[in-house]
Design a protein around this ligand. Sequence first.
Ligand SMILES: [Zn+2]
Ligand SMILES: [Zn+2]
Length: 291
Amino acid sequence: MATLRFEPELVQAVTDAELEHARRAGDVTLLQQYHAGAEPLYKMFEQEREKAFARFHSTWFFERGWTNLFVETWNEFPELDARAPHLLVLAARLKREEGAVIGRDGVSVCLRVLPLRFANRERLLAFVRHEFLHAADMLDAHFGYQTLGEATLAETNRLADSYHALWCAYVDARLERRHLAPLMDYHAHHNVFQSQFSSPTEQRDALLTQVWNASALAHNEIISLARANSPRGTRHNGARCPLCHFPTFQWASEIAPVVADAIRADFPAWQIDDGACERCVERYAMLVPVE
Ligand SMILES: [Zn+2]
Ligand SMILES: [Zn+2]
């Protein structure tokens, strides 16, 4: 097993949330248990008290079975254990911060979780498991994971959302095949695909079937699928320009190939079909030498 660390802020937040929940549910036993442990610490000197509370909370966290939940789930993925020497679990503040990423050393897993998730053990377990398989993919040389260029704006966001929808389905399908509860079942993914991909129903269903049944998919293949199925041509009034991200009422009617090349120098994922507002296109046209 990799070394496992929990950020003290997460431990604190989970403990607070559990106590709050116990208070509301009238779970006196849990509250008494906590206070029996916490009471003596209040008598300590200030400098000592903080450390003692951190220790007490991490013991509490362990005794509540949270550490084991992560250890046992981790052990479901020998391929992950073989690749990652460390796991750090941190508190996410926002939903979009949640999920697994690979640390700066290129091998450690950092998992951000909303403390709220701990209110439902089953759902938390499914979430952690799903994220661990994402992490295992990221560390798999055959998968060939690369972060999507974060400098680019709307186009990358759209592509990233499509990519994510596909990858998550691929993750959950494999969990089901291993007889592990997925984060979302086929049906739920079907709904996600419906809102993410604007392609005709048949094509969308075929896409999900393809991803759901794939025995091996690589990062690049998922990107290609995302690109081929990403909604394009959403150039209605008030839609955001993929370059400057401002709501646009004047889309450029034509973008010359040389200008498109200049745009792509800044936005590698951008394609002519994505369109751009007139102002952006004028700005890039000025960068292009006049022949
Ligand atoms: Zn996912
Ligand atoms: Zn623009």
